[in-house]
Design a protein around this ligand. Structure first.
Ligand code: ADP
Length: 448
């Protein structure tokens, strides 16, 4: 087992990784920007290295600084966490070139899966249905592509969604309702993709009106062992940003789960995939469509941890450091129901009071402590409240009481809004899709 690992991230995910490392006897080296010098991950790590000023482009995204910090502090591996450089193939390659272990799959696999067009073709080879759509379009290139796009979109039927092949994080997508708006939107999407992801390639998919977002949690050891820790439902989204996740999905039956798994397992096995990964689908009634693979651990992984009893970060580290997998893929035992509410800050500021819920089946993953500062420079998520119950009604009741106990003062948060979503009849019924939030937005947001 490795002795020391650098975490190229901040916030709750850095804290989460430190916790597993501690239990595994691995020392951790935190990195921080000057805005995060008193942050919890800095306090909890064995050692911490400042990597630059507050803007992430000058600190958490500085590949060379991060690698230098790892080398100078005697680390053998780098964990990229989520966001930042977690799906950056070039970073993974640089890490490896310095003789360090990257906690993630091979850079080539990151590259392959990071291109949504290539990922779609790969999924199709494994018999997974993909959302009806086109291949790669290059709006910056020849004019014939615009004509080609119009023809393809007409075949798909409107509305359609234009996506950046290299997109991610819910960005780089444009929904188009009318044929006359297509050419212009493709042009803009291409420019945006070029500016944001340094790759102007886009493609078109049929826009499904109110599908569920369902994803499988995968752990693979790179030698052929692939375990599936059930699915998560992430349909409660505001502007494509997930707000509430749960496992299992109230809309997935056994036969659909089996069909998704039957396509996903050989795909990850043949890719010799290493570590934690997610395969995402859109679900419409009894049909499901492959959307993409996220080649990293995800924010919502704790709901899968609750229902499977597996520490996903631990398994990820074992898999990527060449240690045998502790899981028997044939013996994954999924029980009960788990729900996660993301807790987001409405502004930066100092936490004047913090009361964390406890009791059976409750977990709070966060970097907050009384007196800490939430800097304005990063993601608005400050914590995740996760509960476990024997079934969905039990988990709902637990989340309701845990949200009631959670008290964060000093900054505005979405705690009350999460309570309103949780108690909305549409959410309670389990019959909702990705348009649910938009439909109830006014009710949910009428008060803070
Ligand atoms: P990202 O990689 O940016 O997270 P995804 O491809 O995972 O983007 O899509 C994010 C969300 O966008 C989905 O959960 C869903 O709400 C919406 N979405 C994506 N593709 C479609 C589609 N074809 N039809 C309807 N909604 C879609």
């Amino acid at each position: 087992m490795i002795k020391r690992l650098l975490i190229a991230n901040r916030g709750e995910i850095a804290v989460r990784i430190i916790r597993s490392c501690r239990e595994m006897g691995i020392e951790t080296v935190a990195v921080y920007s000057t805005a995060d010098k008193d942050s919890l991950h800095v306090r909890l790590a064995n050692k911490a290295v400042c990597v630059g000023p507050p803007p992430s482009a000058k600190s958490y995204l500085r590949k060379e600084n991060l690698i230098m910090a790892a080398l100078h502090s005697g680390c053998e591996a780098i964990h990229p966490g989520v966001g930042f450089l977690s799906e950056n193939a070039e970073f993974a390659r640089l890490v490896r070139n310095q003789g360090l272990i990257f906690i993630g799959p091979d850079p080539q696999i990151i590259e392959l899966l990071g291109d949504k067009v290539i990922a779609r073709t790969t999924a199709e080879k494994y018999g997974l249905p993909v959302t009806p759509g086109t291949g790669a379009l290059n709006p910056g290139g020849a004019g014939k592509d615009a004509g080609e796009a119009e023809k393809s979109a007409a075949k798909l039927g409107f509305p359609v969604i234009i996506k950046a092949a290299a997109g991610g994080g819910g960005r780089g997508m444009r929904i188009v309702h009318k044929p006359q708006d297509l050419a212009e939107n493709i042009r803009i999407a291409g420019y945006e993709a070029e500016a944001n992801f340094a790759d102007g390639t886009v493609f078109i998919e049929k826009y499904l009106e109110n599908p569920r977002h369902v994803e499988l949690q995968i752990i693979a050891d790179g030698t052929g062992k692939v375990a599936v820790l059930g699915e998560r439902d992430c349909s409660v989204q505001k502007k494509h940003q997930k707000l509430i996740e749960e496992s299992p999905s109230p809309g997935v039956k056994d036969d659909m789960r089996r069909a998704m798994t039957a396509g996903a397992v050989p795909l990850f096995r043949d890719l010799k995939y290493q570590g934690a990964g997610t395969i995402e689908f859109l679900v419409e009634k009894d049909a499901f469509y492959f959307m993409e693979v996220n080649a990293r651990v995800q924010v919502e992984h704790p709901v899968s941890e609750f229902v499977s009893g597996v520490d996903i970060i631990r398994q990820q580290i074992l898999a990527c450091t060449g240690n045998p997998m502790e899981l028997d893929p044939e013996a994954v035992d999924l029980r009960g129901w788990s729900i996660e509410c993301r807790i987001n800050a409405g502004a930066s500021g100092k936490i004047s009071r913090l009361e964390i819920p406890g009791g059976p089946g409750v977990r709070f993953d966060s970097f907050l402590y009384t007196g800490c500062s939430v800097p304005p420079h990063y993601d608005s998520m400050v914590g995740k409240l996760i509960v476990y119950g024997k079934d969905r009604p039990h988990a709902l009741a637990r989340m309701d009481r845990a949200l009631e106990e959670l008290c964060i003062e000093g900054i505005p948060t979405n705690i009350n809004r999460q309570k309103r979503i949780l108690n909305h009849p549409g959410f309670r019924s389990g019959r909702f899709g990705t348009s649910f939030y938009e439909e109830v937005q006014e009710e949910i947001e009428k008060e803070p």
